[in-house]
Design a protein around this ligand. Structure first.
Ligand code: MN
Length: 202
């Protein structure tokens, strides 16, 4: 990635509280806490609504207990902004959740595109044994809200090793559904956007 952009790195120790097995996390962090487990490099020409941020994300393989390495996850701060991901290397999942608690886990391998619709919380998970690398692209004014996941005590589903070389979804027992008010607030943004699109001159 060349030109105006940014880069950030997450170390294992930065991910305290993310994983179900806190004891396994503490043991791993004591040993490998300084290790960079995922990093994002992007190209952002501007923050204007009509512009695009494009970048590459890389995540190391690994598990905390039986739960695969994952990103913190977020919803876009401007919640009606979508995102496109494209698999470059490795094997992973895009774990998505709507405000009202619907879920989708989409497997991504090289040359697979994954569209994250507006209003969906998203997190990537490395379910392979190598680095998981994706290209991504989203509107430049989207922003990220990480807090929505903390408020529900994590996402509804956790992604764990199935013990047979694959993955499975496991219900998060601490999950707290979002309030009807919060769900309705997202629906109102969507309704307003649809009304505006319909009213726009052809
Ligand atoms: Mn995003």
């Amino acid at each position: 990635m060349q030109g105006a952009g940014s880069r950030y790195q997450k170390r294992l120790r930065d991910l305290s509280g993310l994983y179900a097995d806190e004891r396994a996390f503490a043991a791993l962090a004591a040993e490998r806490g300084e290790e960079v487990v995922y990093e994002v490099t992007d190209h952002r020409p501007s923050d204007a609504a009509g512009d695009l941020i494009t970048g590459v994300t890389r995540m190391s393989p690994g598990k905390v207990g039986d739960e695969f390495f994952m990103t913190r996850g977020h919803i876009h701060a401007v919640a009606d902004r979508p995102e496109l991901y494209f698999g470059l290397r490795g094997r992973g999942l895009m774990v998505m959740e709507s405000a009202d608690g619907q879920t989708r886990s989409i497997e991504i391998t090289p040359n697979v595109a994954c569209y994250v619709p507006p209003f969906w919380i998203h997190r990537s998970v490395n379910i392979g044994s190598d680095d998981f690398v994706m290209l991504f692209c989203y509107p430049a004014d989207s922003g990220q809200d990480y807090d929505i996941i903390q408020r529900s005590n994590g996402l509804r589903l956790r992604i764990v090793d199935d013990g047979r070389g694959g993955w499975r979804e496991e219900a998060n027992p601490d999950y707290a559904s979002r309030s009807a008010e919060e769900v309705r607030a997202f629906e109102q943004i969507l309704d307003q956007a649809n009304a505006k699109a319909k009213g726009a001159p052809a």
